[in-house]
Design a protein around this ligand. Sequence first.
Ligand code: NAD
Length: 353
Amino acid sequence: MKIIITGGAGFIGSAVIRQYIQDTNHEIVNLDALTYAGNLESLESVSGDTRYHFEHVDIRDVDELKRVFEQHQPDAVMHLAAESHVDRSIDGPADFIQTNIVGTLNLLEVSRSYWTQLDEGRKASFRFHHVSTDEVYGDLDETGMFTEETSYEPSSPYSASKASSDHLVRAWNRTYGFPIVITNCSNNYGGYQFPEKLIPLVTLNALDGKPIPIYGTGEQVRDWLHVDDHARALRLVLEKAEVGQTYNIGGHNEKTNLEVVKIICSLLNKLVPNSPYVPHESLITYVADRPGHDMRYAIDASKIENDLGWTPDETFETGIEKTIKWYLDNSEWCQHVQDGSYQRERLGSGDKK
Ligand SMILES: NC(=O)c1ccc[n+]([C@@H]2O[C@H](COP(=O)([O-])OP(=O)(O)OC[C@H]3O[C@@H](n4cnc5c(N)ncnc54)[C@H](O)[C@@H]3O)[C@@H](O)[C@H]2O)c1
C-alpha cells in the first residue's frame, strides 16, 4: 500500500511511520506543515529509505493537497495532523478551528474527489482513517468508562475541535459512502514527545532542577498508553477494520497526574542518583488548575480487543521506564525541539489576553 500520513513529523505520526518503514513493505508519504510540534529529526532512522517521502504541506492549503494526491496516488490516508495541546487551545483557539476542523474538511474533500475517480477495485479498498482522542467524550466520575457509544461532551477548545472533525468524518461516510474508520485513543506517552506534554515536561524540568508544575491537586485521572502500542493499533485498524467503524484504544493504565509525577521522580532518583536535585519530588509545585480541566478519562478498549485481537504490549511500569531512559539518552533531540520559541513556560492558565 501507499499511505499518506498527515502529521507524520509529530509524536504519534512519527512512531507510526517508523513502524511502517521498519516492519512492512508499505510506501509512506509524510504530509506535514512542520509547526512547532513537527520535527523531521524524529524520522532520521527511516528518512533515507526509498519507501519514505516527505511533503511539506499544510492541510489548510487545498491546492497543495490536490497536488499531493495527484502525484502520489495513495491507497489510504491516515490523518493525524492537528493542533494537539489543550493548554495552547485555551490561549489561542483559532488555530485549532482552522487546522483541526477546516483542515480536516479540506482533506476529506480532496480525498473524496480523488477516491471518486478510482477504478472499482481500488475504490473498494481505499480507506480514510481519522485519528482522534478520548477527550471528545468529556469527563467521567469515579466510575464508568468511555465506550464507542458514549455521547460526545467535549470540554476544551481542543477537544471540541476534535469532536467536530469526528462528526465531519462520520457524515462523509453517511452522506457520500466515503470509506472511513475512526479511532479515539487515551493519553499517549513515549520517546519523541514534544516537552510541553506532562511526561516529558516533568522529566526535563526535574533533570534541570526546575519546578515540576502540578495543576490543581493533581488528582485528575488519565489512562496512559505507550505510543508504540497506539501505532500498532492504528495500523491494525487501517488494514482490518470494516468501513464506518469506530474503535476506542486505551492502555488500562489509570493513574492520577500526581501518581505519574511521583513515578517519574522515583525513576529519576534511581537512574540519575548523583543529580543535585535528588529527591526530585522536592521540585513538585502546585499551580492553579487548568480552566475546564476534565477530572477523569477511562477507556473501554474491549471492542478492538475482541474484533481485531489488539492488546497493548507495554504495562505502564515497563513503558514509563523505557520512556524516561529515552529522554536521558536523547538530550540532543530535546534540545533541538526547544530551540524555537517554547521554553517550557506555563501555557493555558486562561490569563493570556
Ligand atoms: N498525544 C496524545 O496523547 C493523543 C491521544 C489521542 C489522540 N491524539 C491525536 O493524534 C494526533 C497526533 O497527535 P500528536 O500527539 O502526535 O500531535 P503532535 O502535536 O505531536 O503532532 C502534530 C503534527 O501535525 C502537524 N501539523 C499541525 N498542523 C498542521 C497543518 N495545518 N497541516 C499539516 N500538518 C500540521 C505538526 O507539524 C505535527 O507534526 C492528533 O490528531 C491528536 O488529536 C493524540
